[in-house]
Structures are given as structure tokens and as C-alpha cells.
Design a protein around this ligand. Structure first.
Ligand SMILES: [Ca+2]
Length: 313
């Protein structure tokens, strides 16, 4: 599997990146970055650090600094720390090397060079994806498979717009453009996230595995323990779940295909993904909603990735 990862790294993005970079069946061809959880000025060094810690060399294409219309706010820092990686006290220094090409331009170029070969997974706001679609309207047709973490399937959000999930809330127009343009995509929602956590005992065991990547996992999660918010029953895996079902689709236990679009004007619902569960037609069923995931398989992926041998770049 040849992957392009679009990311607003983010603690859970970092975990998803490690999962992909250490997976035996995946080659990460490019990483494109976007402002989301934290500003691009933090996202880019965070991606570089993950690559350094895993010992991989992958081109990083810096992308959209701001959402298309909405003004970005730094609400994500509450969950990801000021630096986006949990303000890990032992964060090592890291050299940042970025490609000169803009992320959206790189997405279009790579999709054109390798039509039908690349799987694209979006782990942040969909700004770069929407820009790529506007640069090249045939971009979606050239992508083999598109998976995104974002949206709600039952209006249970995690933002001030209570029915919207963070990635869509940050850039609703980009999400609208993306869902309108892709004939088919796979969605890992916020509700699916909160129903598939790593229980705390298992999370603690992973933190204590005594490998370099487990130390990183423990470090970036040390100040951001969701146990402080007992509404969640364990360590949350928004982006890693999306990555897990991309790398190993057999982990999907239940999914259904529905028409999904994005509300842009609602007084209380702007940025909500609207799923049509009725018999009335609003558009072609365009999104596979993942409802249930094999967590034993996901836990095995975590164990494997945290115990992986680090390559020397
Ligand atoms: Ca993310």
C-alpha cells in the first residue's frame, strides 16, 4: 500500500504516523501538513520529529496555514499541549527539512504521476484536500482510496458547535468541497472514536514497554491524560483508528454506505456532517461510515509499532 498522509500533528496524528511508518505492508510516499490541532509552525517540526524517532526519511510538504473561510483558533492546544505533542519534557532537538512545493500542488502532482495507485488518508482539517480538488477537479478520480478522520454520524460532536467534530468544525467549507468531489470515501467519526478506546490498564502497559517508541508514546501522553476527563473510558484514538482500518481493512467489523454532506449555515450546526439515514434522496451514497472496529487487532498494531526496531536514517 502506497500512502499519502495529510496531518495536523497532534498527539494522535503522531501515533497514526508511527503506525503507518512501521507497518510492514505500507510505504509512506509523502506527508502533507495543515494547520489544525496546532499551527503549521508546530505541525511541521512535529512531523519531522516523528520521522526522526522512527528513523524514516519521507518528504514533508507544508500546506494550508489557515482554513478556507473560517478563522483558525488554537482550541486544539487544550488537548495536544502548546507544541502539539503534549509538551514532552524530554523532546529531543530535530532538524526540519521541508520540500519547497506546496502540499496541495504536491498532492495533485503525485496523484497525476501515479493515478489509481495512492491511498490518501486525511487526519486533520480537509483544507489541503479541497485546494487540491480546486487545482485539479479530476484529483479524486486519481486517488485509489480516500479515508478521513472527521465528522459525526449521530450529531455527538466535540466542539463549541456541539454537533460538529473538530476537523470538520475547523474548516467546514473544505470538508464540503471534499465530500462533494470524492465519489467514495471512508469516514472514521468521533462517535466511533469514543466507542473504541485503549483501556487505561492497557495504555499504562504500553507506556511501560521500555522501548524508544513507547517512551515517546508515554512522554507525549503524560500531561494529557484523558483520565482527567472521566467522560472517556480510555485513551482516545481518532487518527490511529482511521490509520488502522486503512492499513488493515479487515479490522472493520461493521460499516454502512450513506450520503454524507456538511452543514455550512446552521445556527447551531455549522460544520456538522449530515448523514442521510432516510429513504429520501439527498445525493448518491458517497461515504462508508465505519461503525465497529476489531480492537484486538488495533491493540496488536499498537504493540507491534511501539516495539518496532528503529531504523537509522
Ligand atoms: Ca489530527
Amino acid at each position: 500500500m502506497r500512502l499519502i498522509i495529510d496531518t495536523d500533528t497532534g498527539v494522535d496524528d503522531a501515533e497514526a504516523l508511527i503506525m503507518a511508518l512501521t507497518h510492514p505492508n505500507a510505504t509512506v510516499e509523502a506527508i502533507t501538513t495543515v494547520t489544525g490541532n496546532v499551527h503549521l509552525d508546530n505541525v511541521n517540526p512535529n512531523v519531522a520529529l516523528v520521522l526522526q524517532l522512527v528513523g524514516c526519511s519521507v518528504p514533508i510538504y507544508s500546506g494550508a496555514i489557515q482554513p478556507l473561510v473560517e478563522k483558525w483558533n488554537d482550541d486544539g492546544r487544550r488537548f495536544h499541549g502548546d507544541d502539539g505533542l503534549g509538551d514532552w519534557s524530554e523532546r529531543p532537538p530535530c532538524e526540519l527539512k521541508l520540500e519547497t512545493e506546496h502540499a496541495a500542488v504536491a498532492l495533485v502532482r503525485l496523484a497525476t504521476e501515479f493515478p489509481g495507485e495512492l491511498t490518501l488518508i486525511a487526519l486533520g482539517p480537509l483544507t489541503n484536500i479541497a485546494l487540491a480538488i480546486r487545482l485539479d477537479p479530476t484529483f479524486p478520480q486519481k486517488i485509489k482510496q480516500f479515508v478521513f478522520m472527521g465528522g459525526t454520524i449521530a450529531a455527538h460532536g466535540n466542539t463549541p458547535t456541539v454537533t460538529a467534530e473538530f476537523n470538520i468544525f475547523i474548516d467546514p467549507e473544505a470538508a464540503f468541497i471534499t465530500l462533494e468531489a470524492f465519489p467514495y470515501s471512508t469516514m472514521l467519526s468521533w462517535e466511533t472514536t469514543i466507542h473504541h478506546v485503549i483501556e487505561w490498564a492497557e495504555h499504562d502497559r504500553f507506556c511501560n514497554l521500555n522501548t524508544p517508541l513507547a517512551q515517546f508514546y508515554a512522554g507525549m501522553n503524560s500531561k494529557n491524560d484523558h483520565r482527567l476527563r472521566p467522560v472517556y473510558k480510555g485513551h482516545l484514538l481518532p487518527d490511529p483508528l482511521a490509520m488502522a482500518i486503512t492499513l488493515q481493512p479487515e479490522l472493520i467489523l461493521e460499516q454502512e454506505t450513506r450520503h454524507v454532506t456538511v452543514e455550512l449555515r446552521g445556527q447551531y450546526t455549522r460544520g456538522q456532517t449530515v448523514v442521510n439515514y432516510t429513504r429520501y434522496t439527498t445525493g448518491k451514497a458517497n461515504v462508508s461510515i465505519v461503525r465497529r472496529v476489531n480492537m484486538n487487532g488495533v491493540l496488536q498494531l499498537y504493540e507491534n509499532m511501539l516495539c518496532s526496531t528503529i531504523n537509522q536514517p
